[in-house]
Ligand binder design. Structure first.
Ligand code: SAM
Length: 241
């Protein structure tokens, strides 16, 4: 855990304090210095931006494709007194974000890839298996949802997505179960996924390998949204970063 270094009290306000596990290492690797300009390409709950701003009298451009993350960061922007700018965009557009603020070069970039705890906690975002919600799983507001992919992708495409992006050993069996289940009822919510994709109860005897389906949906379903089947008429946003 990073020790709080809010000596630059100017950034003490804002977001409910999120302390990133690698915040201290991030500041160290970036070699944060006064006068420097840094890009936090995955702003999230602002933990890394806050750590960078607290480490020196520098500037940060925070980028996130999640509209809610940008809105939630407004207080931190205010308390940073002109040292933090937030941009709702993909980090693949970070050059545009930097140029838009007059910087041709910056001193460092940090990317903290993954789902934020806020996204996991909000059922409506569709990332949670604990709370029922729409099977959305989009980081931003545009593009196809996980429900669209689950509804439209072929069995082969679902297998490829889960095997490649989810490293799911049982991808083929899960894909087959999804295709069978969606014939009966559309899969639109996080709780309506086929039972095959749920973690087995600890006491469940282990089935023979040929009958095994999935050990856990926590690997397979999260792999779904970034890629959508072009042949099914959806655009891909895996290569959209
Ligand atoms: C693990 S969280 C970052 C947490 C952050 N470092 C903090 O300290 O609070 C990842 C964030 O990346 C964002 N994200 C995912 N893909 C993105 C992309 N292509 N461009 C910009 N942001 C993205 C998500 O919306 C999420 O808020």
């Amino acid at each position: 855990m990073m020790a709080s270094r809010d000596s630059a009290g100017a950034v003490a306000g804002g977001l409910a304090r999120h302390i990133p596990v690698l915040g201290g290492r991030t500041v160290e690797f970036l070699n944060v210095r006064a006068g420097g300009v840094y890009i936090d390409g995955t702003f999230g709950a602002g933990g890394h931006s806050r750590a960078i701003l607290a480490a020196a009298d520098c500037k940060v451009i925070g980028i996130d494709r999640d509209h809610d993350a940008i809105v939630r960061g407004a207080d931190l922007v205010r308390s940073a007194n002109g040292r933090l700018a937030l941009v709702e965009d993909k980090f693949s557009d970070l050059e545009v974000a930097a140029r838009g603020r007059g910087y041709e070069a910056v001193d460092g970039v940090v990317l903290d890839l993954g789902v934020s705890s806020v996204q996991l906690d909000e059922a409506a975002r569709g990332f949670s298996f604990r709370h029922d919600g729409p099977l959305d799983m989009r980081m931003g507001r545009a593009g196809v949802t996980a429900a669209d992919v689950v509804a439209m992708a072929s069995e082969r495409e679902l297998t490829a997505i889960m095997a490649t992006l989810g490293e799911e050993r049982h991808a083929r069996n899960i894909a087959r179960a999804i295709v069978a289940a969606r014939r009966a009822t559309p899969i639109r919510t996080t709780s309506s996924r086929p039972s095959c994709t749920r973690a087995p109860a600890p006491s469940t005897p282990r089935p023979e390998p040929s009958k095994r389906c999935a050990s856990s949906s926590t690997k397979s379903l999260p792999s779904l949204p970034p890629v959508s089947p072009r042949r099914s008429g959806c655009s891909s946003h895996a290569d959209d970063w």
